[in-house]
Design a protein around this ligand. Structure first.
Ligand SMILES: Cc1cc2nc3c(=O)[nH]c(=O)nc-3n(C[C@H](O)[C@H](O)[C@H](O)COP(=O)(O)OP(=O)(O)OC[C@H]3O[C@@H](n4cnc5c(N)ncnc54)[C@H](O)[C@@H]3O)c2cc1C
Length: 474
C-alpha cells in the first residue's frame, strides 16, 4: 500500500526524480507511462550539463550566454538561480552516484556547445550523459524509503476539490480507470516534440501534461517558443530521430551543403556554434535545397570513444561517420513554453505544481541555451521538492471532488496529419498565412492534441515579430 496522501509526481524523468528525492521524508508517489527510464527524454540527453565549474568561468558568464541565446526574453531572477546553483547541482548528482568524465589528472572534462563562450559542459560516458544520470537517479529513488513508483499508467485527468488540485486520474494499459489522491500534484511530464513529424524526443513527449493543466484552467506561457535541434540523423519517414549531438560541432565537426560548402560560414560570427535557432533555420533551408550534412571525419578513430551513442546510431544505418558525412535534418527538440510557474514551481492553480520541460518559469527565454535543461530539471526539481517537504497532508474534506479528464486522443491517421501540419507551420520558419490555415485544420480535429496545437498556433500567430526560436518570414 502507498503511504497515505503522498505528494503525487507525474513523470519519472530528471525533473520528477529530482523533486521526488528533494521531498524526503514526505511520502511521494511517482507515476509514469513506462518502467525505469523508458519514455523519458532525460535518458536520451547526450551533450551534458552546463555549469560554470571550469577555471576562470563564472555564473555571470553562464547567465549572459543563457540570456543571449534566449534573445533576452528570459526571466533574469530565474537565470541567476539556475546559473548560481549549477555547480551545486553537479556535486549533488555526484553524491547520487553519477560519475562525470575526467581527464588523466582527475579534472572534469568540459565540452563546448553552441551559444557558450567557452567549454562549460560536464558529461558522463562521453555522449551518454542522460543515461548515466538517470541510472543513478533511478537507483537513488529505488533505495529511498519515502518514494513509491507506479509505472505503465497514463495520467489522463486531474482531480479538484474546492478549486484545489488534490489528485489525478489513472488509465492503465488494460483500460482500468482509477483516481489517486495526494496532498499536492507535480507535473513533470516533459516536452511536446511528439506533436511534430520529426523530433529528437521520445513519442511519450506529447504534451499530455501541458494539455491537462490547460484544461483544468492553469495559465500557460510562451507556447510559441519551440526549439528545433539542427542536427538529428536524417532518416526518411521516421518520427523519433536519433540526435547528432552539438558537442560534435564543439569538437570541430562542420555543417556542409550537398557540394561540400560550409553552411554556417558568413551566417553568424560563431559559425557552426551559433545559437540553435540560427543553425536550425540554415539547415532547414539547406534540406529544402538538396540536403545538409555534418562532416566529422576529423575526429577519426576517436569518434567511437568520444561519441559512442551517435557512432552506434550512424553505423546502424550504414553510415561510418569517421569517413562519411552524416545526413542531418532539424527536429523538434525542446519546448521553452509550458505551464506557467513561479520560481518555486507553483502554477496558477492551487495544489498544482510543474517542473522540468513541461513548466515555463521563463528561464530559457525565447530559445534555450544548450545543456541548460538537465540543469533546470535538477535545480528546479530539488527546489520544488524542498518547498513541498513541509506541506501537511490534506484535511479530510466534506465536499465532493471534481474530475477533469483529458479529451480522447486523436486516431492514428489524424495524429500523423497533425504532426505534419505542426512541422510545416510551427517549424523553424513560420508564416501567418500558413499558421492561420493550420489553425482552421486543427479546430476541426476532435482529440486533445488538436486543442493543444491550436493553443500553440494561436500564441505563434499573436507574436507578430520574430524572436529567438519563433521566426516569421512575414
Ligand atoms: C535526444 C535528446 C538529447 C538531449 N540532450 C540534452 C543535453 O545534452 N543537455 C540538456 O540539458 N538537455 C538535453 N536534452 C533536453 C532534456 O533531455 C529534456 O529537456 C529533459 O530531460 C526533460 O526532463 P523532464 O524530466 O522534464 O522530462 P522527461 O525526461 O521527458 O520525463 C517525462 C516523464 O513523464 C512521463 N509522462 C509523460 N506524460 C505522462 C502521462 N500523461 N502520464 C504519466 N506519465 C507521463 C514519461 O513517461 C516520463 O517518465 C535533450 C533532449 C533529447 C530528446
Amino acid at each position: 500500500m502507498n503511504a497515505p496522501d503522498p505528494v503525487l509526481i507525474v513523470g519519472g524523468g530528471i525533473a520528477g526524480l529530482s523533486a521526488a528525492l528533494g521531498v524526503a521524508p514526505t511520502p511521494v508517489l511517482v507515476l509514469s507511462r513506462a518502467q525505469g527510464v523508458k519514455g523519458a527524454a532525460s535518458a536520451m540527453a547526450q551533450g551534458g550539463i552546463a555549469a560554470a565549474i571550469g577555471e576562470g568561468d563564472h555564473p555571470a558568464d553562464h547567465a549572459r550566454d543563457t540570456c543571449v541565446a534566449g534573445s533576452h526574453h528570459n526571466d533574469l531572477a530565474m537565470v541567476d538561480i539556475l546559473t548560481q546553483s549549477a555547480v551545486d547541482a553537479v556535486h549533488w548528482l555526484e553524491q547520487q552516484g553519477v560519475v562525470f568524465d575526467r581527464d588523466a589528472e582527475g579534472r572534469l572534462q568540459l565540452g563546448r556547445e553552441g551559444g557558450h563562450d567557452r567549454s562549460r559542459i560536464v558529461h558522463a560516458g562521453g555522449d551518454a550523459t542522460g543515461a548515466k544520470v538517470m541510472q543513478a537517479l533511478v537507483a537513488a529513488a529505488r533505495s529511498a524509503p519515502h518514494i513509491q513508483r507506479r509505472a505503465d499508467v497514463d495520467v489522463d485527468g486531474l482531480v479538484l476539490r474546492d478549486g484545489r488540485v488534490c489528485g489525478v486520474c489513472l488509465l492503465e494499459a488494460d483500460g482500468t480507470r482509477s483516481v489517486v489522491h495526494g496532498r499536492a500534484v507535480i507535473l513533470a511530464t516533459g516536452g511536446i516534440g511528439g506533436l511534430f513529424a520529426q523530433t529528437s524526443n521520445p513519442a511519450d513527449a506529447d504534451g499530455s501534461g501541458l494539455a491537462l493543466a490547460i484544461q483544468a484552467g492553469a495559465a500557460a506561457r510562451d507556447l510559441e517558443f519551440v526549439q528545433f535541434h539542427p542536427t538529428a540523423l536524417a532518416i526518411p519517414g521516421v518520427h523519433s530521430l536519433p540526435l547528432v549531438t552539438e558537442a560534435l560541432r564543439g569538437a570541430g565537426a562542420r555543417l556542409l551543403d550537398e557540394v561540400g560548402n560550409s553552411l554556417m560560414d558568413g551566417v553568424h560570427p560563431l559559425a557552426d556554434l551559433a545559437p540553435r535557432d540560427v543553425v536550425a533555420r540554415r539547415v532547414w533551408r539547406a534540406c529544402r535545397e538538396g540536403g545538409a550534412w555534418l562532416d566529422a571525419h576529423m575526429l577519426g578513430a576517436s569518434f567511437p570513444k568520444q561519441f559512442p551513442t551517435v557512432f552506434q546510431a550512424c553505423m546502424a544505418r550504414g553510415i561510418d561517420p569517421r569517413v562519411q558525412p552524416i545526413p542531418v535534418t532539424p527536429a523538434a527538440h525542446f519546448h521553452m513554453g509550458g505551464v506557467a510557474t513561479d520560481a518555486e514551481g507553483r502554477t496558477s492553480l492551487p495544489g498544482l505544481y510543474a517542473v522540468g520541460e513541461v513548466a515555463c518559469n521563463g528561464v530559457h527565454g525565447a530559445n534555450r541555451l544548450a545543456s541548460n535543461s538537465l540543469l533546470e530539471g535538477v535545480v528546479c526539481g530539488r527546489r520544488l521538492g524542498q518547498l513541498l517537504r513541509d506541506m501537511p497532508p490534506a484535511e479530510a474534506a466534506e465536499s465532493h471532488y471534481q474530475v477533469l479528464r483529458r479529451k480522447p486522443s486523436l486516431d492514428a491517421a489524424s495524429l500523423l496529419h497533425l504532426r505534419d501540419l505542426m512541422m510545416q507551420t510551427m517549424g523553424p520558419v513560420r508564416s501567418g498565412a500558413a499558421m492561420h490555415a493550420a489553425l482552421a485544420d486543427c479546430a476541426a480535429m476532435d482529440g486533445w492534441q488538436g486543442t493543444l496545437a491550436q493553443m500553440m498556433l494561436q500564441a505563434a500567430i499573436a507574436r507578430q515579430q520574430s524572436l529567438g526560436a519563433h521566426y516569421r518570414v512575414d
